[in-house]
Design a protein around this ligand. Sequence first.
Ligand SMILES: NC(=O)C1=CN([C@@H]2O[C@H](COP(=O)(O)OP(=O)(O)OC[C@H]3O[C@@H](n4cnc5c(N)ncnc54)[C@H](OP(=O)(O)O)[C@@H]3O)[C@@H](O)[C@H]2O)C=CC1
Ligand SMILES: CC(=O)[C@H](N)C(=O)O
Length: 262
Amino acid sequence: MTTRSTVLITGASTGIGATYADRFARRGHDLVLVARDKARLEALAVRLRDETGAAVDILAADLTQPGDLAAVEARLRDDARIDTLVNNAGAALSGPFIDQSTDSIARLIALNTTAPARLASAIAPRLARAGTGAIVNIGSVVGLAPEFGMSVYGATKAFVLFLSQGLSVELAPKGVYVQAVLPAGTRTEIWERAGIDASAMPDLMEVGALVDAALVGFDRREPVTIPPLHDASHWAALDAARLGLVGDLRQAHVAERYRPAA
Ligand SMILES: NC(=O)C1=CN([C@@H]2O[C@H](COP(=O)(O)OP(=O)(O)OC[C@H]3O[C@@H](n4cnc5c(N)ncnc54)[C@H](OP(=O)(O)O)[C@@H]3O)[C@@H](O)[C@H]2O)C=CC1
Ligand SMILES: CC(=O)[C@H](N)C(=O)O
């Protein structure tokens, strides 16, 4: 008898996470769904069990709360059926930095960076030992563009991209696939939750199209998947420029332009 692999998805009660749940269930996986809203998770679990035959567990957790986060970490560490983690739960923070409260900034950083890093840390050693599995981290194109004026949200998403790329370097040779997915504006509740009027946003991507595109990148084992980027050569050029810069660093020598005038 073969065991069906299980995918743990955070932020699965709605939006991108709920759509991943739908798609992975239809691909023949069992699921563990994580979010705060237990009633919504239960409703999704009932529908997916009914429509796909998948075994679906729910784990109600507020990922900004250390105790709740620890329970999800324990599940990832101990449940050997889980071979894929989708680090999707996240939120945005609108308005200028100087108008954001220090506490709301700290909460956003906890949800968008501490939680995915801790959850990846909980599962990665087991996957590396098994030589298989995947970690999918949902970033954002906002993490590429300080000019968008969402400094803290963008910084959390830059963290997600860097973490994903670093983990890919470390874990790919051990057989573990790590993917960063960078959506642009997508039609979900994130806007309303952040107090942004989505109806005023032009041209949002539909969530099903976003997740289906991300899964094309997943199946290709792309390290970085950017569904709204039409000319892939832009990403290749950015990466090549970055590697060129890194190759030009000479640790022991100050660059000519910084040498004090004699
Ligand atoms: N929509 C967009 O335009 C874009 C979204 N993204 C990223 O995609 C990811 C998903 O966002 P999206 O689907 O749009 O947003 P939604 O607001 O639709 O969904 C967010 C999900 O995260 C969960 N969540 C929020 N806070 C917590 C918390 N403290 N603990 C546990 N779960 C939490 C919510 O469930 P609950 O309330 O039940 O806890 C919900 O399931 C995020 O990381 C976001 O940054 C990236 C680029 C663009
Ligand atoms: C609120 C946003 O800016 C959006 N989720 C994004 O990451 O593009």
